[in-house]
Ligand binder design. Structure first.
Ligand SMILES: [Zn+2]
Length: 193
């Protein structure tokens, strides 16, 4: 007899899927607050950076996201050469973008998709991330051109150690750094830019 296939529920919470005007409230979780804190010495890998290059509506693809490999990164090199030639617009297109990936305890999801008390992984542009007061419960509201970030003034973050379940090692959730793939993507972008 065939066993039903186990379908893993996504670990991601994608705030960009929120309808306009809707909010999600969450608090950042560090290792000290998690059941599985022993797996995270020194709080490592519970909040990480994902440095990428991203292009929208390019060729037939709605979006290409490529991991930045720093030294020798063809996209970074291209950005530099555009800037050197005063082609700022193209330089900005190629310039790296930084996202933060973190563990979040969902306090209230207005869409009702995620139950309160669930730990999810959230990825946000660094400029949004830096607006968050991580000692508080964050309220993130989808607005026309992005998000509104508010700290809930009454809700100072209170997570009792061990009460909020396990957190995830975030390293596997970074954008791939496969060099062959990066070179292929670079060729594709140059052909269609
Ligand atoms: Zn790069």
């Amino acid at each position: 007899m065939k066993m039903p296939r186990f379908i893993e529920e996504s670990r991601w919470y994608d705030p960009w899927k929120l309808p306009e005007g809707k909010s999600v409230e969450f608090s950042l979780m560090t290792a000290s607050e998690a059941n599985n804190k022993a797996s995270f010495p020194d709080d490592g890998f519970t909040i990480i950076e994902d440095v990428i290059h991203e292009f929208h509506n390019i060729g037939k693809k709605p979006k290409i996201t490529v991991g930045c490999i720093w030294r020798g990164c063809p996209f970074c090199n291209k950005a530099r050469s555009y800037y050197d030639n005063d082609e700022t617009y193209l330089g900005n297109e190629f310039y790296k973008k930084t996202h933060n990936i973190f563990n979040a305890l969902i306090v209230k999801d207005e869409t009702g998709m995620v139950e309160s008390g669930t730990v999810k992984i959230i990825k946000l542009d660094r400029r949004i991330f830096e607006k968050m007061d991580t000692s508080r419960i964050i309220r993130l509201t989808k607005v026309e051109n992005g998000y509104e970030v508010n700290a809930n003034s009454k809700s100072v973050k209170v997570i009792k150690p061990g009460n909020a379940g396990n957190i995830y090692d975030l390293r596997p959730y970074r954008t791939s750094h496969d060099e062959e793939q990066i070179i292929d993507d670079f060729e594709y972008v140059m052909k269609h830019i």
